[in-house]
Every structure is written in C-alpha cells, then in structure tokens.
Design a protein around this ligand. Structure first.
Ligand code: GCO
Length: 447
C-alpha cells in the first residue's frame, strides 16, 4: 500500500500574475508581465493577466476550495509591484492589505500560506534600470523581503525567495519568449544567474533576521535525467548536472547552473568557460554572501531518459504527451528528488508538479479529467517510491489549484484541478479535485 506519512505536506500552488488580475487596482505598480502581455504578439491570442482568474476579488471563494481539499498549505506568490509600486521606496498599504486579506482568510480556514516572494512579475521600474542584469537588484530584492517579512511575521513561517531562476533567465533574458523579452549573451546570462543567487541570499538573510524560525527555500527547475536501466543511474546523474556545453541554449536550463553558486561557491572545473569566467570576474566577497536555503523547492514536470553513457535518448514515436506537448515521464519523480538530494543534501519540497489537459465542462456539468488522475497516480507512485528509498521529500504542492494564465501560452493550457471559465470566471472542481481531496484525506494512493 503506498501511504504517505502523516507529516507529509500536501498543498496547492499558484502565482500572482497568473491568477490574480487586478493589474492596475489599488495602487499596484506596473510589472514586466503587464508590459509584455500588452505588447502585441507576445502572448497567445493577445491574452493578458489583467483579469486572469480574478483572485484579487475572489480569493475567499478560492480559499474555500483550497480548504475543501484538506491540504496543509497553499503556495501563493506576492506581486512585488503591488507592495512596492516602484520596486523600492514607498510601500503601497492597499497592496499589503490585499495580501492580509488572503493570508488571514487562509489561516482562518486552517491552511498555511507559503509565500513565494518572486514569481517572475518584476516591477517595471526596476526593469527600466536593467532588471536582474543590474546588480542593484540585490539590494532592492532584500528591501522587498524585509517589507514582507516584517509585515507577515507571526502569520507566515515559510518563504520561497525566487521561483525558477532558470525560467527568469533563459526565457526572459535569453530567448526572450517571456518578459522582459531580452536576448542577452552567454556572459550576461551568467551575470544574471550570479545576481539572482546574490538576491536570493540577501533576501534569505533579511527574512531570517526578522524571524529566525522562518523556513526559507528557493525554487529550482531544470534538466533531470532518468536512466532507462537503474544500472545506468550514475551516468544519468552526471548528465543532469553537466554544465560543459559552452552555450546557455544548451546548458542554461539546469539546476546546477544556479544551485551550484549557492552550494559550492562557484562552478566545477568541467563547467563551460563562459560560466567560470563570469564567476572569476565577480568580487571575491560575493561568495561569502551566498546562502544555502533551508530546503529545496523543486518544480518538476518531466525528465529525459538516458542510456548507459548518459546520452539523452530521442523520443519514441507517438509517446504520450500532455496538452502543452510535454512528455509524460513519471520516473522523474523518483530520480529527480533523489539526484538533487545526492548533490545538495537538503530536504526537498515538490513545489510544482502537474499537467495541462484540454479540459472542458461536459454535458453533465462536470469536468472529467482522467488523464490528470492517471498522470498524478503514476507520478506520485514514483515520488512515494523515492521517499521509501531514503530521499527526504517533505511535501507535494500541486500545480495548480486553478486553470490560469500559462504565461506566453495564454489561457489555452489548463493546469488546474479546478476549471475556470475565463468569461464568467465560474469555478468548477474537476474530477481530479475530488481525487486529490481523497488522497490528502487517506494519504494513500489507489490504483
Ligand atoms: C513554471 C512556473 C509556473 C508554470 C507551470 C506550468 O514552473 O514554469 O513556475 O508558473 O505555469 O510550471 O508551466
């Protein structure tokens, strides 16, 4: 019987720009996704986060849905520009008041709010000064962290500083499919990773100075390899963290390109020259400022299958894929946490996992999503197996509670266990909502 322990944490996750709406309400400043989505051609169908799921006004209804699952926590991100409209300086009391309402309502309903400080929606005012390429961002992020930490002390005890440095950098500053849409050089990409690592570290120090008992993590994503034969695991592990390709388009989307800065004070000798040169050019004192998090947040959706030499195998014809086209590779929830723990030695929370399906409301008024239930059964079986084999995975937060704005893909990719009609904004729990509710209650995987 595959039973998760009584202290295993189940939760849900979402992000400010993807679900809140209220893009210009109550003093909120512009952020880079407001600008990007309002730029023709950047987001599918011209979709924007102006309204999104309108969580800004409907948070109480959504918190009821969250509490109805019986989950321990809900992971939400704060819109930096809602709190500090210019990124630094004047605090917008109405912005903090909104998050007070959300946080206090979650707590009143028995759900712990876990806060992601930054989930990609940088204040435009900071972007105008160079964004994450400008080292000044480090102090700005620490200031933001102090404002948040002081305001929520006693109500929030778990933070994630930054969500997916890899997407922030490679998608936003590398190939430009995400905001701000920049296309930087290898050297600048390496500098951005360094600044994000410093920013995480400064924010962690700020939060810990306010509340030493708060748990502070960082959320990473990237290449994870699954051996097609367990005998090939060492080669898969090596491939997952290999940074030798001398181009961010080849090695930029990796865990090690960011996490090694926090954990090892720089890159291994085998890393690409553009990475090592950037690190060598940084002030030596930077490496004393880097901070290992208390836990690793792992966002994981799929992995790559590798052979005895660690070569990534081509996709077999007709392999099953999710609606967004990602491969279905359950073993990544066995090997991914296992290999991250082997490399970095910290407890892991799965801070995102899920899939997009081509969901719709059926004639019976329900949303039947058997693909999602099958996917979750397979993936969580692998997660259970890796825990049994000794990897300290402490929780699983499903991405996502609600169908929401899937960034440049717009609203056509439905990741929620709750269906959202984006015209009426009506919520309809999917079959997977009730499946997840039962899993949380019994902690036992069926099927
Ligand atoms: C990510 C982001 C989420 C995405 C989700 C589906 O991991 O890319 O954290 O905002 O919406 O992962 O792509």
């Amino acid at each position: 019987m595959r039973k998760f322990s009584d202290d295993f944490i189940f939760g849900t996750a979402c992000a400010s720009y993807q679900c809140e709406g209220g893009w210009n309400e109550d003093g909120k400043g512009l952020n880079i996704w407001d600008v990007f989505s309002h730029t023709p051609g950047k987001v599918a169908n011209g979709d924007t986060g102006d309204v999104a799921c309108d969580v800004y006004h409907r948070y109480a209804e959504d918190n009821d849905l969250i509490a109805g699952l019986g989950v321990d926590v809900h992971r939400l991100s704060l819109s930096w520009a809602r709190i500090l409209p210019e990124g630094t300086g004047a605090v917008n009391a109405a912005g903090l008041a909104y998050y007070d309402r959300v946080v206090d309502d979650l707590i009143a309903k028995g759900v712990k709010p876990w806060i992601t400080l930054y989930h990609w929606d940088l204040p435009q005012a900071l972007q105008m000064k160079g964004g994450w390429l400008n080292r000044d961002i480090v102090d700005a992020f620490a200031e933001y962290a102090r404002v948040v930490g002081e305001h929520f002390k006693g109500r929030v005890d778990c933070y994630m500083t930054i969500n997916e440095p890899q997407c922030i950098n490679i998608l936003g500053y590398g190939n430009g499919i995400h905001a701000p849409g920049w296309k930087l050089t290898n050297a600048d990409i390496a500098r951005v990773y360094h600044n994000i690592a410093l920013a995480h570290s400064a924010a962690q120090d700020a939060l810990k100075a306010i509340d030493g008992s708060a748990q502070v993590g960082v959320v990473t994503t990237g290449r994870l390899c699954c051996p097609i034969d367990p005998a090939y695991e060492a080669a898969a592990y090596a491939k997952s963290f290999d940074l030798s390709e001398n181009d961010f388009n080849l090695n930029g989307f990796s865990h090690s390109i960011f996490m090694d800065l926090l954990f090892f004070g720089g890159y291994e000798e085998s890393a690409a020259s553009y990475l090592k040169e950037a690190s060598a050019s940084m002030p030596k004192a930077d490496w004393e400022r880097m901070r290992k998090p208390d836990f690793i947040g792992l966002n994981v959706y799929n992995g790559a299958y590798t052979d005895k030499d660690g070569n990534i195998l081509p996709d077999p014809a007709g392999r099953p894929r999710t609606h967004i086209g990602w491969p279905i590779t359950p073993e990544v929830l066995y090997y991914g946490p296992r290999h991250l723990y082997k490399r970095y030695g910290l407890p892991i929370i799965i801070t995102e996992n899920g899939l997009s399906c081509n969901d719709r409301v059926f004639l019976d008024g329900k949303v039947h999503d058997p693909l999602r239930i099958d996917f979750l059964t397979r993936y969580l079986s692998e997660l259970h197996r890796t825990i049994e084999d000794g990897t300290p995975v402490k929780g699983y937060l499903h991405w996502s509670l609600l169908d929401n704005l899937e960034w440049n893909d717009g609203y056509g990719q439905r990741f929620g266990i709750v269906y959202v009609d984006f015209q009426s904004l009506e919520r309809t729990p999917k079959d997977s909502y009730y499946w997840y509710k039962d899993l949380v209650k019994t902690r036992t995987l069926q099927g």
